[in-house]
Design a protein around this ligand. Structure first.
Ligand code: GLN
Length: 498
């Protein structure tokens, strides 16, 4: 392709590197077969060539290349770690000093943060090179990436299909080979659902394990940073460098550092995998159901014990989630008032009018809808009936999971009832909310949870399967997932033309 933004030299490597794994790139960098600058250029070229997907909201090649040069210097001096020089892109929910941080909202158009989010900072300290900021649903509210103030993101598998949301930019970017790995956030499924819709692997760790510092808040008791890449192995390699205690984050867990690759070769012999069939029998697309059954059969064949389990209150997840998440969102989004930062209306009469107009003009329809729902459920007279009731049911759901994990090591379920749907198919917000039925329960319980590819539907769109484990059992979850990826190649399939 033609050199972008004055960059030359990247195109030479483009076809070699585009679907390389993090592990392969790390080896090539250490062996000096490729430099960090060459890699960064190659990916920047691809990002430019596939601009039409609308994955990126901010790309600044000069900053990326400066980071890549620093990485090359570390490699030359023998000071490199295994992630040094590997490119990554960040969801635009993480604030960054060198790229605008917008949460895909007009409210934060052009906003430059004075600091990097903890997750961004930690990965940069490991030498990873940032390619830019990724599109998403406004304030991470959505399931289809149709709610961005900067336009929808396209799914590389099919231009008519949604990429999933809210991390649609992260999903399409990785699926299209525009970055080997990307950060994302998951409040109620925003990593797992887009991973399923784009045929990649997405991991949401335990709530509190990665720091929320510098993650633009949507629902603070649920928001969790995670990773999207092609394989479990790639995510296991990077996750350890992303998580960790942050003294400035009161919800950050102080856990010893862990090697998340440690169970990758363990296999599933004797592993107890729970299947809550009563929960997912009803509305499932038959081809999704049969793909899930194949995963179960494979685990059984590898020596896992398949256990029938019950999650009787999981069905209430969507109702509980949309009360709790909206309540917290209405509080979190009150900071966007036109006074402290972000968009301010050009003309107004007094301060009340300024705040009203700034919020009215700066926020999109979905955040407004959630502020209204959240304010309602928190208001005097409804607080007990909705918010407190939701908190109680949330606790029941969490307890049900705890009981299940006394009997099983992991829970296997669908991620979504169908493959990616067409743009516009769920313009009714309630229809979109109901689509989150399989992803929100693990969020309400704060559990590590992931999605990985397990088939391609006859409609040509990818299918995902979900694994959930007890709190802080990420390594175990990744090991179980690896046992599937060891014997299948769904995670190695790529969309045509990319
Ligand atoms: N789809 C869910 C919602 O719209 C989840 C979003 C998320 O995880 N950020 O709230």
């Amino acid at each position: 392709g033609a050199p972008c933004c004055g960059i030359t030299g990247g195109e030479k490597f483009m076809n070699d590197v585009k679907f390389s794994s993090v592990v392969e790139l790390s080896r090539a960098l250490q062996a000096k077969e490729v430099s960090a600058v060459e890699l960064a250029k190659a990916y920047l070229e691809r990002i430019e060539a596939h601009k039409d997907l609308n994955c990126f909201l901010d790309v600044r090649p000069e900053v990326t290349l400066a980071q890549a040069q620093a990485a090359d210097k570390r490699i030359a001096e023998g000071k490199a770690g295994r992630l040094t020089g590997i490119p990554i892109a960040h969801k635009d929910i993480f604030v960054t000093r060198d790229w605008a941080s917008t949460a895909a909202s007009k409210m934060l158009k052009g906003y430059m943060s004075p600091f990097d989010a903890a997750v961004v900072r930690k990965l940069a300290e490991s030498g990873m090179v940032t390619l830019g900021k990724l599109n998403c649903d406004e304030f991470a509210m959505g399931s289809a990436n149709e709610n961005s103030a900067y336009g929808k993101v396209f799914n590389p598998w099919d231009p008519k299909a949604v990429p999933g949301g809210s991390s649609g930019g992260s999903a399409s970017c990785v699926a299209a080979g525009l970055a080997p790995i990307a950060t994302a956030t998951d409040t109620g499924g925003s990593i797992r659902e887009p991973a399923a819709f784009t045929g990649i692997t997405g991991v949401k760790p335990t709530y509190g394990r990665p720091s929320r510092l510098g993650m633009i808040a949507f629902a603070s008791s649920l928001d969790t940073a995670g990773l999207m890449a092609h394989s479990v192995e790639d995510i296991a390699w990077v996750l350890g460098d992303m998580v960790g205690f942050e003294p400035w984050d009161s919800t950050s867990e102080n856990m010893p550092a862990e090697d998340f690759t440690r169970d990758l070769e363990k296999g599933v012999k004797g592993t107890r995998i729970g299947v809550p069939r009563a929960w997912f029998a009803k509305s499932l697309d038959p081809e999704v159901a049969s793909a899930i059954e194949k995963v179960i059969a494979e685990y059984r064949a590898q020596g896992a014990e398949i256990v029938d389990i019950d999650l009787p209150n999981a069905d209430l997840g969507v109702s509980v989630y949309y009360v709790v998440a909206c309540a917290e969102a209405s509080s979190n989004l009150s900071r966007f008032d036109g006074v402290r930062y972000g968009y301010r209306a050009a003309e107004y009469e007094d301060i009340q009018d300024m705040i009203k107009k700034s919020r009215n003009e700066g926020l999109g329809a979905e955040p407004k809808r959630r502020i209204l729902i959240g304010t309602y459920v928190l208001s005097h007279g409804y607080y007990d009936a909705y918010y407190i009731k939701a908190q109680k049911v949330r606790r029941l759901i969490a307890r049900e999971f705890d009981q299940a994990f006394e009997k099983v090591d992991a829970i296997l379920s669908p991620v979504t009832v169908s493959t990616a749907y067409d743009f516009g198919a769920k313009s009714d917000p309630v229809a979109a909310y109901l689509g989150d039925l399989y992803t929100v329960p693990a969020s309400l319980a704060g559990l590590p949870c992931m999605s990985m590819p397990c088939g391609i539907h006859s409609n040509g769109r990818p299918i995902g399967v979900q694994l959930t484990c007890a709190r802080f059992n990420e390594a175990k979850m990744l090991g179980i997932a690896q046992a599937w990826q060891n014997v299948t190649d769904w995670h190695k399939r790529h969309p045509n033309g990319f």
